[in-house]
Design a protein around this ligand. Sequence first.
Ligand SMILES: C[S@@+](CC[C@H](N)C(=O)[O-])C[C@H]1O[C@@H](n2cnc3c(N)ncnc32)[C@H](O)[C@@H]1O
Length: 272
Amino acid sequence: MVSDIRLFAESTFVEKAQSYQTVLSSRGVSVNIEITEKLNARFLRLNPELALCVDSSGLSLSANGMKMQPDWKAEIPRLKRASIKSEMIARACNISEKPLLIDATAGLGHDTLLMAYLGADVSLIERHPILFTLLEDSKVQAENDPFLSKVVSRIQLIFADSSEYLNQAILEEKKVDVVYLDPMFPQRDQNQQAVKKQAQVKKQMQLLHMLLPEDGEMDLGDHLLVLAQQIAKRVVVKRPRLAVFLNDQQPDHQWQGDACRFDAYFSNKVIE
Ligand SMILES: C[S@@+](CC[C@H](N)C(=O)[O-])C[C@H]1O[C@@H](n2cnc3c(N)ncnc32)[C@H](O)[C@@H]1O
């Protein structure tokens, strides 16, 4: 996990940069602020290593000349096209019942945003300190957006390792309707199809992969399934279409798409 990172800021954003530095330091990331005259495309090309940037669009991650942030506002057109009927994830997670849902592998939070838009109440858990801080920034921006403000009022961000969070929830005998899991992709030799998809992942996902550990040390999240099953009526796992089952556990039901599928595990084994 990244513990030292550079943060580029133009002189007008130094104060903002310092506040991110304080927040990230409280989360174990040491940030070195570098002031630059212009944070433009040329500057990003000349500084290709992984870094953070602060400008008028808030906090973002940069590498290889690209910039990335969860950018929930950019998801608005997709949300406007979405419905419970048309979205496989909504059917898999039974969103029509307006469930209490834990998304235990937040990433960029796009799946959560869609489920919250369609009516779920979501606790969104991310353990990576930089990703979590990017998510927090996206949420604040969304709170000030007339279309998104109501949607994000149904999202609670939690900075934690989901294994610890779920273990605690089990001790407290907490119950939720759904736990949603979308852990990192399976290893290359597990699924050739998944590798092809990985090569095509869009810009945002490329940067996400740079931030997160490489294949060898990648945590595939198998243990999360067993924990989630102890507190949820339904656990839904997103997988690349041909990937092996999480924790080698055969699901009770599957929804198959072109690129991915959703495996569902029911606590009472009744398919709704
Ligand atoms: C493939 S991404 C999820 C993408 C997400 N569904 C979206 O819509 O953007 C997986 C994320 O889960 C996070 N993650 C994996 N295991 C975790 C754990 N035990 N606790 C918290 N976060 C975890 C990773 O840091 C990564 O950001």
